[in-house]
Design a protein around this ligand. Structure first.
Ligand code: DGI
Ligand code: FE
Ligand code: FE
Length: 194
């Protein structure tokens, strides 16, 4: 099977696995990721694969997410255990490997880290994180126009900073617990701003 056929197979699999809105979001992330990859000289095929699979565990139960991580020996910080909004990324990296045959470690880590990020991300990892936030179907976050412009015209690091800043501000308004990784990633990219 060619690499292109492989990705077409993933599109079909995601159509079956996800609900319609999540599937459309997934296509948006996949194509936004390829566009950012072209802009920054990253392999667009790997970006598309990571984008297609980034939310592959979004529509399974929290128990299943936990068992996928446990079976692979992936440590779950206590604050993430009962939070599918955080857990689906780590569980997704397990499914990407076991169900969808992806063995590229950078694609797997881009999926695992797409919700909180982590300090020292690769360009591919940043691209998936950013595409998840700016894909065309997203409309409610603040400053979206500015962040979209920044992602394509300025730098990945600056877009990371803006997204993490707004995510932290949003979480403070909802009172949801902030994962230490989200704060650490923001502090890291903020400290790199000139
Ligand atoms: O899966 P998606 O909805 O496409 O996007 P995502 O994987 O980035 O998840 C987004 C949600 O995750 C969003 O509601 C914000 C939330 N999130 C990001 N960082 C943190 C967080 N939630 C908590 N509780 N703590 C965090 O640090
Ligand atoms: Fe997600
Ligand atoms: Fe997503």
């Amino acid at each position: 099977m060619s690499d292109r056929d492989q990705r077409l197979r993933l599109i079909k699999a995601m159509e079956k696995e996800l609900n319609f809105k999540r599937y459309v979001h997934t296509l948006g992330v996949a194509y936004t990721s390829t566009a950012l990859a072209m802009r920054y000289g990253v392999d667009a095929d790997r970006a598309e694969t990571a984008g297609l699979l980034h939310d592959c565990a979004k529509c399974i139960s929290c128990e299943k997410m936990q068992s996928l991580c446990r079976n692979k020996g992936i440590p779950i910080p206590p604050g993430e255990l009962d939070n599918p909004a955080l857990l689906h990324s780590k569980a997704g990296s397990v499914l990407a490997q076991t169900e969808y045959g992806v063995n590229d470690p950078e694609i797997l880590s881009a999926i695992a880290g797409h919700t909180t990020g982590h300090p020292g991300m690769t360009d591919l990892e940043k691209i998936i994180f950013i595409a998840d936030y700016i894909e065309p179907g997203r409309s409610v976050a603040e400053n979206l126009d500015e962040i979209r412009r920044c992602a394509f015209r300025e730098s990945l690091d600056k877009a990371m900073c803006m997204i993490l800043r707004d995510t932290l501000a949003y979480l403070k308004t909802t009172g949801e617990p902030i994962d230490p990784a989200t704060q650490e990633t923001y502090d890291y990219y903020k400290s790199r701003e000139q």
